[in-house]
Design a protein around this ligand. Structure first.
Ligand code: NI
Length: 226
């Protein structure tokens, strides 16, 4: 399931973030790539312990918790601190699958990457290329969103970023361990939640809303891994 979450950050927040990121010190993205990914990764990444990564990361994490669509789509248990990347001058990231498990820096915790997410920080008209191509059971999704918009997709999917041939593409990316490990079960809960919300909006007195809400919570109880 690929879910677009519009306007996670405001345009003022994105403008400020972009200005700070453009003047930061970046490192070769291969420093944090696994062995196979290193061969296809051509981008820059902000060091994980960079103060700017921590400041902007905290803003993003804070906003995610206040965004019902993100919560409904991912059912988050733990979110890895966001990371930041930069593509320009032909920069690209070929087909790869993200690592299944990530250590949380500075803690003994680990996060299973059930859901991957990319937050676009550059406006689409400011660069050519740089599409995120995600392969899932419904085919290939080409994603290039306005700055401040977020896309979430299954961590299990093969994906790539096409070469940026003009301008600069800045983005934040992170992984979420979901309460529900199965992508199919998450999709079922997401669709059920959306149907309940729609029914509650149109027919708030309908008794079936309580029954369906009960079904939702009982499925979540059965399927959650914590
Ligand atoms: Ni990736």
């Amino acid at each position: 399931m690929v879910v677009e979450i519009p306007a996670l950050l405001s345009s003022a927040e994105v403008t400020e973030a972009r200005a700070a990121l453009l003047t930061a010190d970046w490192q070769d993205g291969r420093a944090t790539a696994g062995h196979r990914a290193q061969e296809v990764k051509r981008n820059l990444q902000l060091p994980l312990d960079h103060p700017l990564a921590q400041r902007l990361g905290d803003l993003i994490l804070d906003r995610l918790g206040q965004t019902p669509l993100f919560v409904a789509a991912t059912l988050p248990l733990r979110v890895l601190p966001p990371r930041f990347n930069r593509y320009e001058g032909g920069g690209t990231y070929g087909n790869h699958v993200d690592n299944a498990i990530f250590p949380v820096p500075g803690t003994p915790q680990r996060v299973r990457s059930d859901v991957s997410a990319t937050l676009f920080l550059s406006e689409p008209e400011d660069y050519d290329g740089g599409e995120l191509l995600i392969e899932d059971s419904f085919g290939t999704h080409a994603v290039k969103l306005p700055a401040g918009h977020l896309i979430t997709y299954p961590g299990s999917s093969l994906h790539r970023v096409t070469p940026v041939t003009r301008g600069t593409r800045l983005a934040a990316f992170f992984w979420t361990q979901s309460l529900v490990a199965s992508a199919e079960q998450r999709r079922t809960l997401f669709e059920l939640d959306g149907a309940i919300q729609a029914l509650a909006g149109d027919h708030p007195e309908h008794g079936a809303i309580d029954t369906l809400t009960n079904v939702y919570h009982n499925l979540l109880r059965q399927w959650s891994t914590t």
